[in-house]
Ligand binder design. Structure first.
Ligand code: PXL
Length: 278
């Protein structure tokens, strides 16, 4: 029997609001993968839409955790990074990757920093410069449309997009990593999804589902966690974006049907049982 896969997820813990590690742990675990974590910060809620949240930066804990693991000879099939707690953490996470990486470790970077054309308010203006460095360490990056233009130093455009624009962005992003996944892609008001580009095969693919006109927090982490799980479970990049788009869209649909507060994230829990059937 094949050895069970093991991932380390490096994100914050937002104690309420279904994003980052509270999403990555259950989703990757439900896909049958052992999930270790390195928390980058602990917040009472995510920063999107709540005021007065607590924030404990864990920058100083990251390298001691990694060095302890190294002394135990722990090996990982993937390192999956997301929201980082400080600018200084970017270099520290780059170092953590250098320490943890073996020839069998996929480095999957979600350059969490921006949405809707804006850098998250808690990050300094030079944050995208640091993220470029982390993305260069990755085998796979998965920016949304805003993060993509920050990585490329281009102005933000709102959709619907032209296929040529998306394909151009995908190819430019492949300067950072061989496999690129772009989220928040839409060519019309009916469908929304993700695009992927594999530089080694020069292949572009798309996956779409019905567009719901309501923004929910944490959907990038739901998507990223399902994508990471699908990649580590040896799906092709095209199949992995398909699984992640379906899983995310179904989670959004449940929350939309229930009319829950968009700040509470999406109901991905009721999709976990069927995740491996997508
Ligand atoms: O979902 C990305 C994310 C993760 N962690 C924190 C956030 C956000 C997005 O706003 O605020 C703390």
């Amino acid at each position: 029997m094949e050895r069970q896969k093991r991932i380390v997820a490096i994100h914050d813990i937002s104690c309420f609001g279904r994003c980052s590690l509270t999403v990555a742990l259950p989703i990757i675990s439900a896909a049958g993968i052992e999930t270790s974590i390195i928390p980058t910060a602990i917040l009472s809620t995510h920063t999107g839409g709540f005021t007065g949240f607590t924030y404990r930066d864990l920058t100083e804990d990251i390298l001691p955790i990694v060095k302890h693991w190294k002394s135990l000879n722990l090996e990982f099939d993937a390192v999956y990074t997301g929201f980082l707690g400080s600018f200084e953490q970017i270099d520290i996470v780059c170092e953590a990757i250098d320490i943890l990486k073996t020839e069998n470790t996929r480095i999957i970077v979600d350059p969490v920093m921006a949405d809707h054309g804006q850098l998250y308010k808690i990050f300094p203006a030079n944050f995208p410069e640091g993220m470029k460095k982390l993305c260069k360490k990755a085998d796979i990056i998965m920016p949304n449309m805003t993060e993509a233009v920050f990585l490329l130093d281009e102005p933000y455009k709102t959709g619907p997009y032209e296929p040529e624009y998306i394909e151009n962005i995908l190819k430019k992003l492949s300067q950072f990593a061989n496999q690129v996944v772009l989220t928040g892609v839409y060519f019309d008001e009916e469908n929304l999804g993700a695009a992927s580009y594999d530089k080694t095969t020069d292949k572009i693919s798309y996956s779409f589902s019905k567009k719901i006109n309501q923004f929910y927090h944490g959907t990038g982490d739901v998507f990223g966690s399902a994508l990471t799980a699908a990649i580590v479970n040896q799906n092709t990049l095209e199949k992995a974006i398909d699984i992640a788009v379906k899983f995310t869209a179904q989670s959004i649909q449940r929350s939309y049907d229930a009319q829950t507060d968009p700040r509470c994230g999406v109901n991905f829990e009721e999709g976990l049982e069927d995740l491996l059937k997508l």
